[in-house]
Design a protein. Structure first.
Length: 285
């Protein structure tokens, strides 16, 4: 009897856990389903409609994207965003990995103080630095260019990624460095041939988050870019809502879904490398 009671309690607990999981899943997926349904509705039925999916779906919102916005092809926004995202990934991987190697493997005067200052920059909100940075780039005549959006990526200003890579490098056996030095390798050769291959999980993690952050960035391009033909996808979405005309919510939602595809493709392409790297100890051969 006690065994049967225990079984019933276990079944009831399992059922409650599954019901709770399904409820959480429904809450998480509802915005995605609403966006998918909204992309298949006319703009006049999106706001105020309680139906998740329309009774008569339309594809006009997607075909509308081929016409462009304000005589600017939609592909222009995607090319601009891709340029910034890829450029940001390259800059972060190069600069942050070099800074992380210096903090993790090289002993120099003031290392701890510089590291503390770097970590302290994580406490500074982006908006605090926005005005001084804008004034600086304005004096350098770099407004309405991509330089303000990319320059910091090549100067290791992303302290979080420096910290992430540095912690990974510190866990690598020092015997590898010592063996490389006995073979006559310098810091640059050790960094390139030994440390970077073993830090693949940290590098891929940094690349994924950098790509997503750059692709979805709205405030940076809004501040520094003035010409519509240089806009990114985030700014292109804003152009669907015009204060002087009827807002095209259907086109905006359709473009939002299309804008998710490059991010998903980038994540799926590198996910298995991230999982493979984390599954191993980081040491091969």
């Amino acid at each position: 009897m006690s065994v049967l009671t225990a079984y019933r309690r276990k079944s009831a607990g399992s059922l409650a856990w599954h019901i709770g999981s399904l409820a959480v899943l429904a809450v998480v997926l509802y915005p995605v389903l609403w966006v998918i349904g909204g992309s298949l509705k006319p703009s006049s039925e999106i706001v105020g409609s309680l139906d998740l999916f329309p009774a008569s779906p339309i594809t006009k919102n997607y075909t509308r994207l081929t016409e462009g916005i304000a005589d600017i092809p939609i592909s222009t926004f995607f090319v601009n965003s891709l340029f910034l995202a890829v450029g940001s990934v390259i800059g972060v991987l190069i600069s942050c990995s070099l800074a992380a190697y210096a903090f993790a493997k090289i002993r120099f005067a003031g290392r701890n103080a510089l590291f503390a200052v770097m970590i302290g920059t994580l406490l500074l909100p982006y908006h605090v630095l926005l005005i001084p940075q804008y004034v600086l780039f304005q004096k350098l005549d770099l407004i309405n260019t991509y330089t303000p959006l990319l320059l910091g990526k090549y100067l290791a200003t992303d302290a979080f990624f420096v910290f992430l890579m540095m912690q990974f490098m510190r866990n690598l056996p020092r015997e590898l460095d010592e063996a490389a030095r006995l073979d006559g390798c310098g810091h640059l050769r050790i960094y390139w041939s030994i440390v970077l291959p073993l830090c693949r999980p940290a590098l891929i993690t940094s690349a994924i988050f950098t790509f997503i952050n750059s692709w979805n960035d709205f405030l940076g391009p809004l501040i520094y870019l003035n010409e519509p033909d240089k806009y990114t996808v985030a700014l292109g979405l804003k152009m669907f809502v015009d204060q002087d005309a009827v807002a095209d919510y259907g086109g905006m939602i359709a473009m939002s879904l299309v804008a998710l595809l490059p991010v998903l493709a980038f994540f799926m392409a590198f996910q298995r490398y991230l999982v493979d790297g984390m599954a191993t100890s980081g040491l091969k051969g």
